[in-house]
Design a protein around this ligand. Structure first.
Ligand SMILES: Cc1cc2nc3c(=O)[nH]c(=O)nc-3n(C[C@H](O)[C@H](O)[C@H](O)COP(=O)(O)O)c2cc1C
Length: 303
């Protein structure tokens, strides 16, 4: 076995493979299908200060090699998470990470402050890039100023590893990544979904209730890979790459482009055990190429 361990800030992971928020529930739902302890980190559903209903149906649409979603951060709020969900997931023997979303800077900070008290949650991922909510969400992630504001506020109250999840729906993602780093992020993850749209020609109506939605899956990979490569060159903090990773080969490509760790989202819907298969595939790749550690391939792309 090669050494697959990596660090994201003070977060230590046994391997670089994580689940992407919103695609793996709270982890528990998948325990019959995959050995959760073999996943480097599980990023749970987006959590907000208050209960959110999410958007009306229909909120999913299939696309060639991908999907559109407009779930809209449906969750029961952070206090429900603390009382009812945390007790169920706290003893899962891997890094359980909470994805935090909000509509106002104060909401993000308050939610992060509450989660800071949970011993078994070693990190949060700040979602400043959700395209499916009317207020906030992506609004913070599309300007360096907005990003700085929310990251600084959270950094003041959150003492553990702070990952900031970036939006691809911007002109220059490196500018936002640098703002996150300067404001105290320990890591940036990218990409969240790309803004897209689907139309039902027969009905002459949009397919999604929200008209537009977030595009994910294999089709977005080249864009995500390009952005990870750009951001990895622009910042000194570890980059977590995601967007269209379907197998170990995709994962290795993101790591060669500069990602220290990777996340898998849409592919979980096709194969709930994909994370562990990807981790095994990375190990095989390392052994085949004579690498003893996965760290040897991070940013090892030759151009
Ligand atoms: C159904 C669904 C729900 C999602 N919910 C969230 C969320 O709550 N918070 C978040 O930061 N990202 C959310 N995402 C975005 C994913 O975490 C990921 O960034 C995106 O899907 C790209 O990765 P993929 O192509 O591997 O799916 C969601 C994606 C999907 C498909």
């Amino acid at each position: 076995m090669a050494d697959l361990s990596v660090n994201i800030g003070s977060l230590m992971m046994s391997n670089p493979v994580m689940t992407a928020s919103g695609t793996f529930g709270y982890g528990k739902e998948f325990e019959d299908f995959v050995d959760l302890e073999k996943i480097g980190g599980i990023i749970v559903k987006g959590t907000t200060l208050h209960h959110r209903e999410g958007n009306p149906y229909p909120r999913m649409a299939e696309t060639p090699m991908g999907m559109l979603n407009a779930v809209g951060l449906q969750n029961k709020g952070v206090n429900y998470f603390v009382e009812h969900i945390y007790p169920q997931i706290k003893d899962i023997n891997t890094n359980m990470i909470v994805n935090v979303s909000g509509s106002a800077v104060e909401d993000y900070a308050k939610t992060a402050e509450i989660i800071n008290e949970l011993d078994k949650i070693p990190a949060i991922e700040l979602n400043i890039s959700c395209p499916n909510v009317k207020q906030g969400g992506m609004a913070f992630g599309v300007s360096a100023k907005g990003c700085s504001k929310v990251v600084k506020a959270v950094r003041e109250v959150y003492k553990k590893t702070l990952i900031v999840k970036l939006s691809p729906n911007v002109t220059d993602i490196t500018e936002i990544a640098r703002a996150a780093e300067a404001s105290g992020a320990d890591s940036v993850s990218l990409i969240n979904t790309l803004l897209g749209m689907a139309i039902d020609a027969e009905k002459r109506r949009p397919v999604l209730s929200t008209i537009t939605g977030g595009m994910s899956g294999a089709a977005v990979k080249p864009i995500a890979l390009r952005m990870v490569w750009q951001v990895a060159k622009a910042v000194n903090i570890p980059v977590i790459g995601l967007g269209g990773i379907m197998d170990w080969k995709d994962a290795v490509e993101f790591m060669l482009a500069g990602a220290t760790a990777i996340q898998i989202g849409t592919a979980n819907f096709i194969d709930p055990a994909v994370t562990v298969k990807v981790s095994e595939g990375i190990n095989d790749y390392l052994e085949r190429h004579g690498y003893t550690s996965v760290k040897d391939i991070i940013g090892a792309l030759e151009v």
